[in-house]
Design a protein around this ligand. Structure first.
Ligand code: SF4
Length: 189
């Protein structure tokens, strides 16, 4: 039983994700994104996905969750780049657990998009050299554009000057040099 998963496209960059269910009540801070969430379609197309996400949610509530993830990472050196909450959102415990995980695994890199930046204190995570927090549009709070952030661009519209298009490769969004990220709306953050 793996907590972190990948797919053909993500595995090319050594990317693994941790996911729990999307939508309410799980995605604290979500607002307009609820209307274009990528995962709605995935849940319809692949009915086994949501039960697996619910299992992950239940595991993430356990006191030993961080230790489980650390063990999984230690057992699999192919897991180089980790994205917590490709589906779902941080909780207060999640912020603390992923700080413990990333601190224990300095040879791995971590990145997350979040709409809960103003809900929880991410300052300890942001201080880690191997963790990138990206605020993303679509939540109840506006993003602070002085910090790493992602904007959503409608299909057919140009990418604004100064932004990089990370729609086709998660590795572009994860790159610490890229602070201004654009994602084409396909349902998804
Ligand atoms: S876009 Fe992200 S935050 Fe919004 S509902 Fe979907 S998974 Fe949750």
């Amino acid at each position: 039983m793996n907590i972190l998963t990948t797919n053909t496209k993500l595995s090319r960059d050594g990317i693994y994700t941790f996911n729990h269910p999307s939508g309410r009540p799980y995605c604290i801070g979500a607002d307009s994104c609820l209307g274009f969430c990528f995962w709605d379609n995935i849940y319809k197309q692949y009915p086994n996905t949501k039960p697996a996400h619910i299992r992950n949610w239940e595991l993430s509530q356990k006191p030993f969750f961080a230790d489980m993830v650390i063990y999984e990472l230690q057992s699999n050196p192919r897991m180089k780049l980790i994205r917590p909450y490709a589906s779902g959102e941080y909780t207060k415990k999640g912020v603390e657990d992923w700080h413990k995980i990333a601190s224990a695994m300095p040879d791995r890199r971590f990145y997350s998009y979040t709409k809960a930046y103003k809900v929880f204190d991410f300052s300890a995570l942001e201080k880690l050299k191997n963790f990138k927090i990206i605020q993303s549009e679509g939540g109840i709070h506006p993003v602070d554009k002085r910090k790493p952030h992602a904007i959503i661009v409608d299909k057919g519209q140009p990418i604004p000057d100064g932004y990089v298009d990370a729609s086709e490769s998660d590795a572009i969004g994860a790159d610490p040099r890229n602070k201004k990220i654009a994602l084409y709306r396909k349902g998804g953050k």
